[in-house]
Write a protein of this length. Structure first.
Length: 225
């Protein structure tokens, strides 16, 4: 399925009289959204993730604020630590701003909702000192988002280890060209257990893999804690 076809299928979600909100910026995708919205009589609302700016991003907390703050929230603190959640937060707040005109939404209820929402396997910090992150990145875009989130946080001073869950036949040709030290492990849980053994307080372990496989990794880390 090409990107244009995928865009058309997503644009099919447009419904008459219902705003379609997006943080998308690719012209091909936006053109598909715009045409579908015109055909069904829906408003297309473009949201800018840069509208949100981080106040504090650390290994313990993430604090954000909206530049225009249409909901009057001031600063707010979601559970998501990954900087790549900015677009998702912009979409959530934009949707809430659309709803405010039709239903009462208390500011405290919105803050509590943001603070309690949880997305396992999406830059999920399961340990501090040593630092252990679980993330479902499995493609170049996901890997780039993961790296950007890591770069926004204070860098631990110790060793950095990546455990990447992928099929053996897909890994070997790429690993040979990495130019860095690597080794082939077994199952994800077994490899994480071996990697977690002997981690120092300032070491960082990042575990990437399919979301179902991360459940096993999470259990291993908790047992080792």
């Amino acid at each position: 399925m090409g990107p244009g076809q995928a865009a058309w299928e997503q644009a099919g979600l447009a419904r008459s009289g219902v705003p379609l909100l997006t943080t998308e910026r690719k012209s091909q995708v936006l053109a598909a959204f715009a045409q579908q919205c015109r055909e069904v009589g829906a408003a297309l609302v473009l949201l800018d993730p840069e509208e949100l700016e981080p106040v504090e991003l650390s290994w313990q907390r993430a604090v954000w604020r909206s530049r225009t703050d249409p909901l009057g929230l001031g600063v707010f603190e979601p559970r998501f630590l990954g900087a790549y959640q900015r677009a998702n937060l912009a979409l959530a707040l934009g949707t809430l701003a659309e709803l405010v005109g039709g239903m009462p939404l208390a500011k405290e209820a919105i803050r509590e909702g943001l603070a309690s929402a949880h997305c396992p396997g999406r830059f999920e910090v399961v340990s501090h000192r040593p630092y252990v992150v679980l993330d479902g990145a499995q493609n170049p875009a996901g890997a780039q988002a993961l790296l950007e989130s890591l770069d926004r946080l204070p860098r631990p001073r110790g060793r950095r280890t990546l455990v990447f869950g992928v099929r053996r036949d897909k890994l070997l040709p790429q690993a040979a060209r990495l130019g860095t030290r690597w080794e082939l492990g077994g199952g994800l849980g077994e490899t994480v257990q071996r990697a977690a053994r002997g981690l120092g307080e300032e070491d960082l372990l990042v575990v990437c893999g399919p979301l179902p496989a991360l459940e096993e990794a999470r259990g291993v880390v908790r047992q080792a804690a």
